[in-house]
Design a protein around this ligand. Structure first.
Ligand code: AP5
Ligand code: MG
Length: 218
């Protein structure tokens, strides 16, 4: 049975970094709701304006909209053999919808928590920069690009600093995570579907553990 790998973790824990590795090495598409909404937010529509404001504030986008987007995206051909969810589900309503979707799609849910203590998260988020062309994720403290502010692979692209990656907004995002998303860890734990990996190590060491979980659960 093909899998839905749910990458869980607080803002800045490294979900995107690990999802990109899974996509590259396991050919499992990365479905990042955050990235999808950031792309949508560049439009000049009332909906885009609303998404921009909610994301910039560090609050959550409405369940209805998120669910519609995930449903549409994961029913595409490239998700047929499984996919990685990065940033979804974030609420109990979203988790319930995913259960139904998994049944409809004939897939098994596997949740992996990238576990990073609170005190390490701020530097990860404030230091993050990403390439607008390939999405490569850098960090001015932990993974600086070769030339400051520029993607190693796209020398003409200036790296982006997300509007919600300020110390002030990170506090709001962490509070949102604690209230709305952390309870989902219990939910997956109770049904024996939660796998915890120590997210304080180097990305490759974390990835090796995730890969073991994915292969073991085949
Ligand atoms: P989203 O884009 O999902 O943001 P997030 O959950 O806050 O997570 P981040 O992307 O900040 O962190 P990450 O875990 O991906 O870490 P990364 O790999 O980049 O969501 C943004 C917003 O969109 C939400 O606030 C909400 O408004 C909306 N939204 C999205 N999904 C939604 C949903 N389902 N429902 C409602 N609203 C939704 O790494 C972070 C940094 O750390 C990088 O600089 C990286 O280089 C570095 N790093 C990574 N791993 C390591 C390591 N092992 N050691 C050292 N540094 C590391
Ligand atoms: Mg991310």
């Amino acid at each position: 049975m093909s899998k839905i790998i749910v990458l869980m973790g607080a803002p800045g824990a490294g979900k995107g970094t690990q999802a990109r590795l899974l996509e590259e090495r396991h050919n499992l598409p990365q479905i990042s709701t955050g990235d999808m909404f950031r792309a949508l937010a560049t439009d000049q529509t009332a909906l885009a304006e609303e998404v921009r404001a909610v994301q910039a504030a560090g609050k959550l986008i409405s369940d209805d909209l998120v669910i519609r987007i995930v449903q549409e995206r994961t029913n595409r051909e490239d998700c047929k053999h499984g996919y990685v969810l990065d940033g979804f589900p974030r609420t109990t309503v979203q988790a319930a919808m995913l259960e139904k979707l998994a049944v409809e799609q004939g897939k098994k849910i596997l949740a992996v928590l990238v576990d990073v203590p609170l005190e390490e998260l701020e530097k990860r988020a404030t230091g993050r920069r990403s390439c607008p062309i390939c999405g490569e994720i850098y960090n001015v403290y932990f993974k600086p690009p070769k030339v400051e502010g520029v993607c190693d692979l796209h020398p003409d692209a200036q790296l982006i600093h997300r509007t919600d990656d300020t110390a002030e907004k990170i506090k709001v995002r962490l509070a949102t995570y604690e209230q709305q998303t952390r309870p989902l860890l219990d939910y997956y734990e109770k049904s024996n579907r939660l796998h915890r990996v120590d997210g304080t190590r180097a990305p490759e060491a974390i990835y090796a553990d995730i890969e073991k979980v994915v292969n073991r659960e085949s």
